[in-house]
Design a protein around this ligand. Structure first.
Ligand code: MF3
Ligand code: CO
Length: 253
């Protein structure tokens, strides 16, 4: 079931995460009014390949790009196209790298120019959900402690939490067991143990948590077309019991 990593393997996954973090540092200033999702995707692919990695989303279950670009009501898995991003948009960027067989995964939601106070607050609270979730990662706790941290903070702020898509373990593949839901449900609730590497990714909506997939079979949108935010980090539980957030960057705000 859960494929635990030894400390050396965690180190290799960490290198993949460092490269991914450097990519996000490059992407953040490139998100401006007028940039196109396809330009951001092309930049990501070139950057990853230049540094010896493989874009892990490209061709994954048929996904056609290296980066997911998810504006406004798009929750996740937006396919990068040529329509420029307008001022006032919020946009999710999600990417993963396979570096020498070790997989990283991370996401951020960014403002395009000046955005509304409601969008600003949604982004801040969703990021706080991720921060609280990361604090819940410790040996001996359980996966649902992560779920509860996300759900409780989002609900306390009046937001909808997406249930159809979850976080997950990562490191030897794009997605591994266990799933990490952003709500406490009836599913498996394994104990968190050393050697786990987890991609935690709250998806939080201004309206309800309900979503649907568009006809392109990838783009996930909110059913009520309200704004959605998404942040993700890869985190490791080390064999000395400490916890390391392996992806990191300077947020623009
Ligand atoms: N970004 C997703 C995740 O965080 C995985 C991407 S699926 C892909 O779990 F098909 F878009 F690659
Ligand atoms: Co993920």
């Amino acid at each position: 079931m859960t494929r635990l990593k030894n400390q050396e393997q965690i180190g290799e996954i960490g290198k993949s995460c460092v490269l991914l973090s450097r990519l996000f540092e490059e992407l953040i200033p490139r998100v401006r009014p007028g940039v196109t999702p396809r330009e951001l995707d092309r930049f990501s692919r070139t950057f990853i390949e230049k540094h010896g990695g493989v874009p892990s989303f490209l061709d994954y279950e048929g996904y056609p790009a290296s980066l997911c670009v998810s504006p406004n009501e798009v929750v996740i898995h937006g396919i990068p196209r040529d329509e420029p991003l307008d001022e006032g948009t919020i946009v999710g960027l999600d990417c993963g790298i396979n570096l020498n067989g070790y997989f990283s995964d991370a996401a951020i939601t960014l403002p395009v120019g000046a955005i509304s106070p409601e969008a600003e607050r949604l982004m801040r609270v969703t990021r706080e959900c991720l921060d609280r979730a990361l604090e819940a990662v410790k040996p001996g706790a359980r996966i649902h402690d992560i779920s509860r941290a996300v759900y409780g903070h989002a609900k306390a702020n009046g937001y909808g939490v997406v249930r159809q898509y979850c976080g997950h373990a990562v490191g030897f593949d794009v997605h591994e067991d266990p799933q990490i839901p952003n709500y406490v449900g009836p599913g498996a609730n394994p104990r968190i143990v050393p050697g786990m590497v987890l991609a935690i990714e709250p998806m939080v909506n201004l309206g309800t948590g309900d979503v649907k997939v568009l006809a392109d079979e990838w783009t996930v949108v909110t059913l009520d077309r309200a704004l959605s935010a998404h942040y993700e980090h890869t985190v490791a539980v080390n064999h000395d019991g400490s916890v390391s957030v392996l992806t990191s960057w300077k947020y623009p705000n």
